[in-house]
Design a protein around this ligand. Structure first.
Ligand SMILES: NC(=O)c1ccc[n+]([C@@H]2O[C@H](COP(=O)([O-])OP(=O)(O)OC[C@H]3O[C@@H](n4cnc5c(N)ncnc54)[C@H](OP(=O)(O)O)[C@@H]3O)[C@@H](O)[C@H]2O)c1
Length: 333
């Protein structure tokens, strides 16, 4: 086994759009496996939009990653040493650890991944946190009924692509929004009834009104901004809005001031609810079983955009804000 460990640390708190210079590669000794712990060799690193908040220098729902500290996110790896009898060398596990080739992790904080069930990278995507976000956010917060219309922003991404497909499984009309023609065609190929390109298909309200002739019952928002303003104007009475993400604003240096949403909320009696997927952490087993079942039946499909090598992790992360990924953005280490 190698005795050196390459890792990526936060070099500076990004201002606005993150740059590759905000990260730095270091080489250190391989960490030591603690009592009751595991030493894992990282196979996959997940890059996710929420990491923008974690490198902003301020606390949101978790503490920020400090300058000089190792970047960390969801990861999948192989156990190379185990001090816990429940795990053997060669086991595949997922959890949260550093953007590094090796990490020492607590056995209690990882989940076993069964490579026979699905490719292990899916533990970071459709069968992992983004998949659970789509499943619980849609079914619990939007709670769509068959025949209703569901609109999802960020539709070609890890969460959004799953939301539209689940909406179809539940018997709804699914309409997506994405940033390129290729992505629009991709989500239609996944079974979405319609989709618009937010860069060209304007005014949003007119385009959406044509795509949603019966109005909008559920809105699953990953993006925020002007698109949300248009959707709110088309919501049906007693519609439900799940605020999952606001990626269009994560790099903003000042607060976005748009139309205030309270009038459409009032007159259409909307329920608008923000959520964090951790709310359903105790039910992830149930969510995974349902999503894995749909995958096996071919009713659910997923896409991955893979960046090669640990050194590409900063680029992969920045790519999220440039729309480089279709489906789950991952780094193969
Ligand atoms: N609440 C929770 O617990 C939870 C959990 C997971 C994720 N989330 C949120 O869910 C959203 C999607 O996450 P994900 O992991 O599935 O990421 P993702 O959608 O796979 O990747 C990000 C995508 O966002 C789009 N985007 C980037 N900047 C944009 C902008 N200014 N305006 C419009 N679209 C933009 C890009 O697609 P285009 O090419 O279409 O622009 C990009 O590919 C994020 O907002 C994330 O923070 C929330």
């Amino acid at each position: 086994m190698a005795d050196r460990n390459r890792r990526i640390v936060l070099a500076a708190v990004p201002v606005g759009m993150p740059r590759e210079e905000d990260f730095r590669m270091e080489e250190v000794a391989v960490p030591v496996c603690a009592a009751n712990g595991l030493l894992v060799r990282t196979k996959w690193v997940s890059v996710d939009p929420y990491l923008r908040g974690r490198i902003s220098g301020v606390r949101s729902y978790v503490a920020p990653i400090a300058v000089g500290a190792v970047m960390e996110s969801g990861a999948v790896g192989e156990v190379v040493a185990s001090q816990d009898p429940a795990f053997q060398r060669g086991d595949i596990v997922s959890g949260f650890w550093g953007w590094q080739e090796f990490d020492a992790v607590e056995a209690a904080k990882v989940q076993r991944v069964d490579p026979r069930e699905a490719p292990v990278s899916t533990a970071l995507g459709i069968l992992g946190m983004p998949g659970m976000t789509a499943y619980f956010g849609l079914t619990e917060v939007c709670a769509p009924k068959a025949g209703e219309t569901v609109v999802v922003s960020g539709a070609a991404g890890a969460v959004g692509s799953a939301v539209g497909q689940i909406a179809k499984i539940l018997g709804c009309r699914a309409v997506g929004m994405a940033g390129t023609v290729a992505k629009v065609n991709h989500v239609k190929s996944l079974g979405f009834d319609d989709a618009l390109n937010y860069r060209t298909d304007k005014p949003y309200k007119d385009v959406l009104a044509r795509m949603c002739p019966k109005g909008i019952d559920c809105y699953f928002d990953n993006v925020g901004g002007e698109f949300t303003d248009a959707v709110l104007g088309l919501m049906n009475v007693r519609g439900r809005v799940a605020i999952c993400g606001q990626i269009s604003q994560y790099n903003d240096r000042s607060l976005d001031v748009g139309p205030r949403p309270f009038t459409p909320m009032l007159v259409k009696q909307l329920r608008v609810e923000g959520f964090l997927v951790s709310r359903w952490a105790g039910r992830f087993g149930e969510g995974r079983e349902q999503m894995a079942g749909w995958l096996k039946q071919g009713r659910l499909r997923y896409e991955e955009t893979v960046y090669e090598g640990l050194e590409s992790a900063p680029r992969a992360f920045i790519g999220l804000f440039l729309g480089e990924n279709t489906g789950k953005a991952l780094v193969s280490v």
